[in-house]
Ligand binder design. Structure first.
Ligand SMILES: Cc1ncc(COP(=O)(O)O)c(C=O)c1O
Length: 389
């Protein structure tokens, strides 16, 4: 009991962005106190209603609420982490440079195109601060991942929300039409969280080529590793073509590193410099770096995790169909479907049965987002769901 209370307080006072959890941290308050940063942030104010998640018991039968990958990290990454502990009294400068080098080599870019941090969240915050300075606006889809624009709004920025298309995809034309003299950034989450939909690559590339001449375009590719052809889909190609495009990637999803914290952005060297002012450049741990070096592009392991995720997703689809529900076909490790009862109540009832999921309200309709877990977790979801549907 005491443990769970301590854990809850600790979570509340930390910066934690996991599949949509957004909390205010001490760091944020320090930043808010900096000159030029207009608004002070109320301590522990939740941006979205996450009370169901905070009240979740530490151990769930099925933890399907933060789009994590329960099949990772890989055995090789775990071994490298263990092996790194002895030397972890040292700052990991050389090892971090090795990791930068591995990513640069694989992507065919220079290390000056890369900025790493403890997950992509601190880099989303850096972009929010830089591009909303002076009251600029951030254009996003609605709903989409709220981390970057909600940070911008807490400081000086404005948030311009553009509804999704009828297929629950980002509406690129409508987003482009919203650009005006006050636009600081366009944020594109592709694939989109929470809907799991993906944009047409040719259309998105053309959009970036056109729009990045007017305003920077931020492409959040947190879930790109779940697509059949990430290399053919990534907008790193637009960065390579010299465009003002920033691509965010994370080890938190298919690599299974959410708790280890490792992410990066790829952009033009001058953009990397401008964004690095808002980061410490020194937040990756020796253990995380060792794990990331061992796990990066570990193709066989990643394919295996991908296959298991797809099998669990197919099972979830079949359960939903059998119970008479529809869903948005997902390109990711989470699925959104319309509920037939109050979303908050549904989350609470599922939580009582040991299953953690999330709810959304969209166009007056209640929705549930289920992360894809192990098969036993999906079966636990199915058992609890059948009792409520
Ligand atoms: C779209 C998207 N971007 C970024 C993040 C942040 O991930 P991390 O800070 O773990 O890299 C998440 C987390 O769920 C996400 O869903």
């Amino acid at each position: 009991m005491a443990n769970s209370i301590n854990r809850r307080n600790w979570i509340k006072s930390s910066a934690l962005m996991a599949g949509g959890l957004v909390f205010i941290s001490g760091t944020m308050n320090k930043l808010a106190a900096m000159p030029g940063v207009r608004k002070m942030i109320p301590a522990a104010k939740l941006v979205t209603d996450q009370s169901a998640i905070l009240d979740a018991p530490p151990v769930l039968k099925a933890r399907l609420l933060a789009n994590e990958n329960p099949f990772g990290p890989s055995p090789a990454a775990k071994k490298a982490i263990q092996d790194a502990i002895d030397l972890s009294y040292q700052y990991p400068m050389q090892q971090t440079a090795t990791l930068y080098g591995k990513i640069a080599d694989y992507e065919g870019i220079s290390q000056s195109n890369i900025l790493m941090d403890a997950g992509s969240s601190p880099l989303l915050l850096a972009a929010a601060l830089l591009y909303s300075k002076g009251g600029k606006s951030i254009i996003t889809g609605d709903p989409s991942y709220e981390d970057l624009p909600s940070h911008a709004e807490k400081f000086e920025g404005k948030w311009v929300k553009v509804p999704l298309t009828a297929e629950y995809k980002l509406d690129l034309d409508a987003m482009e039409a919203k650009i005006d003299g006050n636009t600081g950034l366009i944020y594109i989450c592709n694939p989109n969280n929470p809907t799991g939909t993906v944009l047409d690559t040719v259309k998105l590339k053309a959009f970036c080529e056109r729009v990045s001449k007017k305003v920077p375009v931020f492409i959040d590719e947190a879930y790109i590793d779940y697509l059949p052809d990430p290399q053919g889909t990534t907008l790193i190609s637009s960065v390579k073509a010299g465009q003002n495009v920033i691509v965010a990637r994370t080890f938190s999803k298919l690599y299974g590193f959410a708790g280890l914290r490792c992410g990066y952005i790829v952009a033009q060297p001058e953009t990397i410099k401008a964004l690095s002012i808002y980061t410490t450049g020194f937040s990756l741990s020796a253990t995380t770096v060792a794990g990331a070096i061992a796990g990066y592009r570990e193709t066989e392991f990643l394919q295996e995790a991908f296959k298991k995720t797809m099998a669990s997703k197919e099972y979830l689809y079949s359960v939903l169909k059998k119970e008479g529900y529809t869903y948005i076909p997902s390109a990711t490790n989470f699925v959104m479907f319309p509920l037939k009862m109050d979303g908050k109540q549904f989350v609470q009832e599922m939580m009582k049965r040991g299953v953690g999921i999330r709810n959304w309200k969209l166009n007056g309709q209640e929705w549930c987002r289920v992360s894809i877990g192990r098969m036993d977790e999906m079966e636990a979801f199915a058992d609890a769901f059948k009792q409520l549907s």
